[in-house]
Design a protein around this ligand. Structure first.
Ligand code: FMN
Length: 218
């Protein structure tokens, strides 16, 4: 009798604890992204010539088409028959998730569906870095390694490969930005513990780097 009552109390607590998270996430709708445009872009050698870091961003929002192209270039599916992506990953783990922090809220990129799934209906841009521009730039990408996908790798391999895999994605973003006249900076200076808390990550999700993207400040 007592055990049953205890179970009921535990269940009630669990429901009460989870409900606000679900309620908040529900306010933010999934964002179906338009098809990425495959027929745009400047020649690779010119893009490489222009690739650079910039830390001066306009607050102007990125149109859905630009966000779509950016995320596909970053780590989209480029071979649907195998599900493989625009950036390589160790053992084809595909363990890096791209979280997208905007003024509207926090999303996570679902590459297979080419959609942004809602995570939090909260503007957490300020928590994505230590530098003042992060709170005003329209998009901060947060690269999160899902260690649950790294099999039996040792912790030193996990560290090396998740960092390397993030680097390939970040460079894709750099190249897309250079091609399209966008500003970007990859960032290691992140309060990872604070940000993980703000993003409500699981303990086996580790933030590697963050990357700000926007139009250049005029
Ligand atoms: C792993 C890594 C971490 C970085 N972290 C930061 C950072 O936290 N903040 C920042 O403003 N720039 C950061 N940068 C950008 C570098 O400062 C920049 O790439 C470097 O100055 C060279 O400039 P370039 O990218 O224009 O060639 C980082 C770059 C890398 C590769």
């Amino acid at each position: 009798m007592k055990t049953r009552l205890f179970r009921k109390v535990c269940l009630l607590w669990a429901v009460l604890a989870v409900f606000p998270i679900l309620a908040v996430a529900q306010e933010l709708k999934p964002l179906e992204l338009p098809k990425p445009q495959m027929d745009i872009g400047r020649p690779l050698m010119q893009v490489l010539k222009d690739r650079s870091t910039s830390r001066a961003f306009s607050a102007e929002k990125l149109p859905a088409q630009v966000l779509s192209n950016l995320l596909w270039a970053a780590f989209g599916v480029n071979r649907p028959e195998s599900g493989k992506r625009t950036a390589p990953s160790a053992v084809n783990w595909q363990e890096i998730d791209i979280y997208v922090a905007t003024a509207d809220g926090l999303y996570v990129y679902d590459a297979k569906a080419h959609r942004l799934n809602p995570v939090l209906a909260e503007d957490i841009r300020a928590a994505t870095g230590m530098q003042p521009f992060v709170k005003d730039a329209p998009v901060n990408l947060v690269y999160v390694a899902d260690l649950a996908k790294t099999g039996r790798a040792s912790s030193s391999d996990q560290e090396l490969y998740t960092a390397a895999d993030t680097g390939f994605i970040a460079q894709n973003v750099y190249l897309y930005c250079a091609s399209e006249g966008l500003a970007t900076v990859i960032r290691g200076s992140v309060d990872r513990a604070g940000l993980a808390k703000a993003m409500k990550l699981r303990p086996d999700q580790k933030i590697t780097l963050a990357q700000t993207v926007g139009y250049p400040k005029k």
